[in-house]
Design a protein around this ligand. Structure first.
Ligand SMILES: [Zn+2]
Length: 828
């Protein structure tokens, strides 16, 4: 089905105005095994230009009837998910009855069966254009209307949605009429969900998850509720607008494509956020950041919604910035910003290096599908950093005043970038046109360098070659020698070079531009600084500065400016003395998955794996048993160690680090490492799966089985991934993740061709969102050969790829090319 074009949306918005939606969903057979459809009845009242015609969106298994102003329409006119509504009156009512299909790709009304207890769970994820798969509607973000929803469900289920749900009679749930909502924000969650409820400042709160996760839910809900309550207080005070959507439910749902979705009053989260084993502090922090991110959307995105998808970045940049700001305020700790540097900005800089990079704002989004492609590290991480620069540029008071004015002026309606900038200009008495052009509407990243001179520090700004812009930076530079900070200067860098005098202090062995990560820029470490990283980095006192160095090192690695062996050396010395959970986790991943997995030539891997495992062992030995640091170290040790005996003992439950006995997820991590090494059989994996009947266990077993290095197992896994097996989005992701793991190039090489043939062919069977993910995960990045890149080039030239597959191929080929360039520069 083709996606909605901006031109069509604008035309429709000129003709109609939606007054209200009444939706009835019959999910009463949703608990029956293998049930695939549900009944949907939509009544839409709307005003129109009399005599005009427009179209309605309905993507049904079968449309039963369409009645417009009392007249039945010919069902033969339903085509490509649309039906024309002819000869409209000034006031109209259309009633559509349809049979809809449940989805299993996370888009629409997703239905998942929990293998732990065979119970079915439903949730609606209607972003970005899946609403017509649940009810007939005018599916575009600027036609907002209130919803009144009635749901019939099995009597042992609960139903949740945007409006407060009450059970009128057993199995019949009535949801309170909502405030005006965009179609993509509507959700229904239904199933035998377990619940924890609370209340704060007059707002009813609920947290929900599958029944098989009830224990995890009750253990972890208090912490999440505390974050929620503190964030409500913070936002109420900051925005000066009460939370506008009544109750606030947070529902942890299975097989969710994204991290979470900001449905007003009923936020959905991926339920892997409910930790069923040990979790590191950065994992808990990530979940808290997601909670505060979605809450920020209640105001920014939900109360005020963008006119069209091309301003989606503004929602995400704002929520990303606010999430970290809020968490920092309510926890009185900078950990959220350190995590932002390690996890989010590293993601954004990688997006900036790819040929698909784009300006934060103003990327053309001629249709809904193309808008989805720009929903990336630029929209989130760079956008958030740019808002940080805007705060530095205007001052915080003007920024907050502008945000509040913007929200109040457009409450319950829609707005565009120009409205936001206008509010900022009014609040600050500043003209933002050149600032916005440099930071928002021009792509690319500047490089900040620093050189220590006799009596000062020269800070340089090198503009992006592809898209030069005159970006002003609020930036700092710091330097250390053997752990002593010998200089720290701040500067407003609005030219290509500035020299800041330094009064005292000695010469810095390690000099770090953008040391506090105030701006969005490549932090270019000099060759001298890079060379001393192994000995100097671990001695730097503040985690924020160390995080900036790790991200700079990641960037230099990708640009073939630094030998991957230096990354191993740095890891070997700095990681064992690292304490920050985000740095431990992210640097650990960089080392195990990228450096050991891709960058190093095969011949160097055994020794590097020994070195890395020794560093992980040292960190494990020095960590407090059972701590976040110990868990991070155990994970890296499991992923890096060539010691199959150790892994075998861990899999068998002996010699495990404290707190990990009985931890099913850690056991799967170990089993997967054994599988990659060919040190466990398919039968043994099956036995392990039988001991863990959970959804997560089922997925982990698939990933481990796909990782087994035999021809038969690879053949089985590939067929399961792309064949006609009714696999869910998460099952495909698990198979794709396991498939390419390890260094079995000769074994998997034939699948490079298979990838380029079979993955694009999933189009039509898998939604764009899920397809983008599986195409990314299934890309043959570990076959580090020119032929792999060439196969991708050929596929891209063929021209008939969907936007999701095309974008995944462009980005993954770019990452592969970075590794190829590194191998060319440093041997291998
Ligand atoms: Zn968001």
């Amino acid at each position: 089905m083709s996606s909605l074009t901006r031109a069509d949306a604008e035309r429709r918005a000129q003709i109609i105005d939606v007054t209200a939606y009444q939706v009835e969903l019959d999910l009463s057979r949703g608990d029956l095994p293998d049930h695939t459809t549900f009944e949907s009845r939509s009544t839409i009242t709307f005003t129109a230009t009399a005599g005009a015609s427009t179209f309605l969106d309905v993507k049904a298994a079968e449309v039963r009837s369409i009645e417009l102003n009392g007249t039945l329409l010919d069902l033969a006119s339903v085509a490509d998910g649309r039906v024309t509504l002819p000869d409209l009156a000034a006031d109209n009512a259309v009633v559509v009855e349809a049979t809809m299909g449940y989805s299993n790709d996370g888009q629409g009304l997703h239905r998942a069966v929990d293998p732990a207890d065979s119970q079915a769970y439903l949730y609606g994820h209607l972003f970005l254009d899946a609403a017509p798969k649940v009810f007939a509607c005018f599916d575009q973000p600027d036609l907002k209307a209130p919803y009144t929803i009635v749901v019939t469900a099995p009597e042992h289920w609960i139903v949740l949605g945007n409006g407060a749900a009450t059970q009128a009679i057993p199995g019949r749930w009535e949801l309170a009429t909502t405030q005006p909502l965009a179609t993509y924000f509507v959700t229904i969650c239904a199933g035998p969900y377990a619940s924890v409820t609370d209340e704060h400042d007059g707002i009813p709160l609920g947290i929900h998850a599958r029944a098989s996760l009830a224990q995890e839910l009750s253990d972890q809900a208090p912490g999440m509720l505390q974050v929620t309550k503190d964030a409500f207080d913070y936002y109420h005070q900051l925005f000066d607008i009460r939370y506008p959507f009544g109750s606030y439910h947070q529902v942890f749902v299975p097989e969710f494509n994204a991290g979470a979705m900001e449905n007003p009053g009923c936020v959905t989260f991926r339920d892997t956020y409910l930790f069923r084993g040990a979790a590191t502090q950065d994992e808990i922090l990530t979940r808290a950041t997601t909670i505060t991110h979605e809450m920020a959307h209640m105001w920014f995105g939900d109360l005020v919604t963008m006119d069209w998808w091309d301003d989606l970045w503004l929602n995400e940049s704002f929520a990303e910035y606010m999430a970290h700001r809020t968490l920092t305020a309510i926890t009185d700790s900078d950990d959220a910003w350190v995590d932002s540097t390690m996890a989010r900005k590293a993601w954004g800089y990688a997006a900036e290096r790819a040929p698909s990079t784009h300006p934060v704002a103003g990327s053309p989004a001629p249709d809904a599908d193309s808008a989805l492609q720009n929903f990336d590290g630029i929209s989130y991480a760079k956008g958030a950093a740019v808002l940080g620069q805007l705060v530095a540029h205007l001052g915080d008071e003007a920024f907050v005043t502008g945000v509040t004015a913007y929200l109040k002026e457009h409450a319950y309606g829609n707005a565009a970038l120009a409205d936001f900038l206008g509010a900022m200009e009014t609040a600050s008495w500043r003209d933002l046109s050149s600032w916005a052009q440099a930071w928002l509407t021009t792509a690319g990243v500047d490089t900040i360098g620093a050189h220590q001179m006799g009596d000062g520090v020269r800070i340089t700004r090198t503009r992006s070659e592809q898209a030069p812009a005159d970006r002003p930076h609020a930036v700092d530079v710091a330097g250390w020698t053997d752990g002593e900070q010998v200089l720290h200067v701040r500067a407003s860098l609005d030219t290509d070079e500035v020299t800041v005098p330094v009064s005292a202090g000695g010469r810095a062995a390690l000099l770090v531009p953008n040391a506090s990560d105030l701006t969005w820029a490549r932090s270019a470490l000099s060759q001298d600084s890079l060379a001393v990283l192994p000995t100097q980095l671990g001695q730097v006192g503040e985690p924020q500065h160390r995080a900036v160095v790790w991200v700079a090192l990641t960037d230099a690695l990708a640009l073939a400016e630094v030998d991957p062996r230096l990354v191993v050396e740095t890891f070997a010395q700095a990681w064992p003395v690292e304490d920050n959970p985000s740095i431990l986790s992210r640097a650990g991943l960089l080392l195990t998955s990228r450096v050991l997995g891709e960058y190093l030539p095969d011949a160097d891997v055994p020794a590097a794996a020994e070195t890395s495992a020794a560093a992980a062992r040292a960190r494990l030995d020095s960590a407090e048993p059972g701590s976040s640091q110990a868990l991070a170290a155990a994970r890296v040790l499991a992923a890096a160690t060539p010691d199959a005996d150790l892994l075998g003992r861990w899999a068998g439950g002996t010699d495990l680090p404290e707190g990990l006995l009985g931890d099913r997820d850690f056991r799967w991590l170990v089993l997967r490492a054994l599988a990659v090494a060919g040190a466990v059989s398919a039968d043994e994996l099956e036995a392990a799966a039988a001991q863990d009947s959970s959804l997560q266990g089922k997925l982990s077993a698939l990933a481990a089985r796909a990782a087994l290095p035999t021809e038969a197992d690879k053949e089985w896994a590939w067929d399961q991934l792309v064949g006609d097996h009714d696999r869910s989005n998460y099952e495909r992701n698990a198979l794709a993740t396991g498939f390419w793991a390890g260094r079995h190039t000769d074994l998997v090489r034939p699948y490079v061709v298979a990838f380029h043939r079979d993955i694009p062919a999933l189009e039509g069977r898998v939604g764009q969102d899920a397809l983008a993910r599986v195409a990314t995960l299934a890309y043959p990045r570990t076959v580090v050969e020119e032929a792999t890149a060439a196969a991708t080039r050929e596929a891209l030239a063929s021209g008939d790829l969907s936007p999701a597959v095309r974008r995944a191929l462009v980005d993954q080929q770019s990452v592969l090319r970075e590794v190829l360039a590194s191998r060319a520069a440093f041997g291998g």
